[in-house]
Design a protein around this ligand. Structure first.
Ligand SMILES: NC(=O)c1ccc[n+]([C@@H]2O[C@H](COP(=O)([O-])OP(=O)(O)OC[C@H]3O[C@@H](n4cnc5c(N)ncnc54)[C@H](OP(=O)(O)O)[C@@H]3O)[C@@H](O)[C@H]2O)c1
Length: 337
């Protein structure tokens, strides 16, 4: 075996906004799998705001160690196998890391479902973690009813752009919050949202007053921080706040305090505020994927992707994701099949 394995390893923990030089580019010979293991060639690599959390320290999972290959969800093809369960040629998803080749236990990778005629990137995005987060977060936790008002932050991002489309399909009034005029135009023009708020250019409290005078029934929160604070004050009685992520606090040394109004507002307005991790719903993933695939095919959910070419560009791609450069699901195309 003579192939080289190009890798991004973590050189140091970031102390403030992420810079690409916290990662180190290393090339080593590929390894052979042991008993029960497979060697997987990485094809498409997901970039996720959570990557920034994983390198800061322990969170809902152990921190990436200094000197270790950067963790990352990916799709790949098994090129060498010491497991009858996962033969050569199988397309799999899993935490394969920022590298060309990963050695993994066959139990640590998941063969893709039958729909591999779809672009592989869909299995990272709308039919993968992103779409499932949107599906279960909105429907199982937010529980919107037709004609209710649904507010979504990070609305032009990977998760948010699926949430808003499901909410529209559900017959809700949908308002998105995003970080540029171009994103807001895309949300109202292409995705047909009822309104969009550019939080970098507008006063969010004022804009919420104007776009949601009746108040918000479901707030799907991707960002935390000051937008969560403002949205809480716009909630109606019996409203539901879905705590999906807090990206506004990921890329600094210390997350900002807050929000104010907890628990006072929760009590006075009988609000429910609930967090979740998408894997809580793992036993129901198959249902979620089936529903999302059906909605893509029917045109109710448009797939929006933001592709970066080349493993060597993964660090700059993550820095740009945290800065809001993307519309839809950002991923790195590492290799053709
Ligand atoms: N609970 C779970 O299981 C789960 C699973 C997946 C993802 N998530 C969370 O879902 C959220 C969205 O993830 P994603 O993968 O879909 O990423 P994404 O939305 O595609 O990308 C991140 C977006 O965050 C926005 N952003 C960055 N800094 C911000 C700030 N200070 N204030 C407001 N917005 C900011 C940027 O858009 P703008 O231009 O609009 O600023 C950027 O495009 C993240 O918080 C992530 O951690 C949770």
């Amino acid at each position: 075996m003579t192939e080289e394995n190009r890798q991004w390893r973590l050189r140091q923990r970031p102390r403030g906004p992420l810079a690409p030089d916290v990662f180190e580019w290393v090339t080593e010979p590929t390894q052979a799998p042991g008993d029960g293991e497979v060697r997987v060639r990485v094809l498409e690599l997901s970039l996720d705001p959570a990557n920034r959390v994983w390198i800061s320290g322990p969170s809902y999972r152990p921190a990436v160690e200094i000197g270790a290959v950067m963790d990352g969800f990916a799709i790949g093809e098994v090129v060498e196998s010491r497991s009858d369960a996962v033969p050569v040629g199988t397309l799999v998803s899993g935490d394969l890391g920022w590298q060309d080749y990963a050695i993994r236990s066959a139990k640590a990778v998941r063969p893709l479902p039958g729909g591999t005629e779809r672009p592989l990137s869909h299995h990272l995005g709308v039919l993968g973690v992103t779409g499932l987060t949107a599906y279960f977060g909105l429907l199982a936790i937010g529980k919107p009813k037709p004609e209710e008002t649904v507010l979504v932050s990070g609305a032009a991002g990977a998760t948010g752009s699926v949430v808003v489309q499901i909410a529209k399909m559900w017959g809700c009034k949908v308002v998105g919050i995003a970080g540029s005029a171009a994103k807001c135009e895309w949300l109202t023009g292409t995705l047909k949202l009822d309104a969009a708020i550019d939080y970098r250019a507008q006063d969010v409290a004022e804009a919420l007053g104007a776009t949601c005078p009746e108040g918000v029934d479901v707030y799907f929160d991707n960002v935390g921080g000051s937008i969560l604070q403002t949205a809480l004050h716009a909630m109606r009685e019996q409203g539901r706040v879905v705590c999906c992520g807090a990206v506004s606090g990921y890329d600094g040394a210390t997350p900002p305090p807050g929000p104010r109004g907890v628990p006072g507002l929760l009590i006075a307005r009988r609000l429910t505020m609930r967090g979740f991790i998408v894997t809580d719903f793992a036993p129901r993933f198959r249902d979620g994927v089936q529903a999302l695939a059906k909605w893509i095919d029917s045109g109710h959910v448009k797939v929006q992707e933001d592709r970066i070419d080349g493993l060597e560009r993964a660090p700059e791609g993550l820095v740009g994701l945290l800065a809001g450069d993307n519309i839809g699901k950002r991923y790195v195309h590492v290799a053709d099949r």
